[in-house]
Design a protein around this ligand. Sequence first.
Ligand code: PLP
Length: 362
Amino acid sequence: MKNIIYNFSAGPAMLPKEVLVNVKKDFLNWDNIGTSVIEISHRSQEFSKIIKNTENDLRELLSVPKNYIILFCSGGARGQFSAIPMNFQNSFNITDYVDSGYWSNSAMLEAKKYCTVNHIPVKNNYNGIIKVLPMEKWKLSNESSYVHYCPNETIEGIAIHEEPFFEKKTIIGDFSSSLLSRKININRYSFIYASAQKNLGPSGITVIIMKKNMLQSSQPFTPSILNYKTIFMHQSMFNTPVTFSWYVMSLVLKWMKKKGGVDYFEKNNQKKSKLLYQKIDNSEFYINRIHKKNRSWMNVIFNLYDEKLNEKFLTEAHKYGLKFLKGHKIIGGFRASIYNAMPMSGVKKLIKFMSNFEKKFG
Ligand SMILES: *Cc1c(COP(=O)(O)O)cnc(C)c1O
């Protein structure tokens, strides 16, 4: 029997097989125009179909209200780390940065170059168990121009599942590793961004969903390429966009709709992560030290009690067809990234491998 390979990479991450097969099939002659999709103008009529479909599909999948605009940018999520404090008018006053892990902390460090930051650490360690302070206890400042947080910390596998409810606050969320993984209430946010390479497509393109009335004047020194008003006025084509990533993302969104939309993925993601955490919790060989309320559905972190077996685990997993399970270098251990494209069969295969490995070495 053919050994099916599963790719647990955190990002760029696996894409739906169906999408890759289509890309391959259409690569030399896209949409019967006789050329590849990557060798035509982003302003051509042909390409503008992709742009329109991408925006419409995102609106449909996430029920984006009419008073929100969608932008497509270059520069990844890190580009947004810089753009956000430059664009939002009061940014020379105070901004709130909620710190729950590596990515939210990195966003904060970048913002410090441009504004005064109220640092709100929310990740606590209670007797070895990591837990995020509930939102009602976050110490926001009264004058902040916005509150920035990250609902899914990709490296630590920490999630904030509750949605913000703060009145009269401008909420900004880094959804790079969680957009489209579950339903969200867009109205609770003023600005959402996500770089594509986790859950939406290949790297290179970043999606922004923002309230239209957020398009105000940015700081005068803001580079044009990071200026949301400029990007909006040029229909996200102020510079030449990453057309290939845009195209592949449009196919991923189509695939999502065919599968049953965000509802389907939400249920599936919850099921997949639940099974994997159960496996970890029911064993005395594997451990996850994150409180149940804050465990990510997308990035499942685990360690071996006996860390001497780490290398062995990785080589055996690799042989078994389970790739890229190594945890991020700043925290070690293992990480199974199980975004939308990871089927249940991949998670089951991982669980089976973990049981076998435990029997052999436990
Ligand atoms: C991957 C990731 C980033 C960084 O994305 P880039 O596109 O490489 O800048 C930022 N935030 C989160 C939550 C991520 O998962």
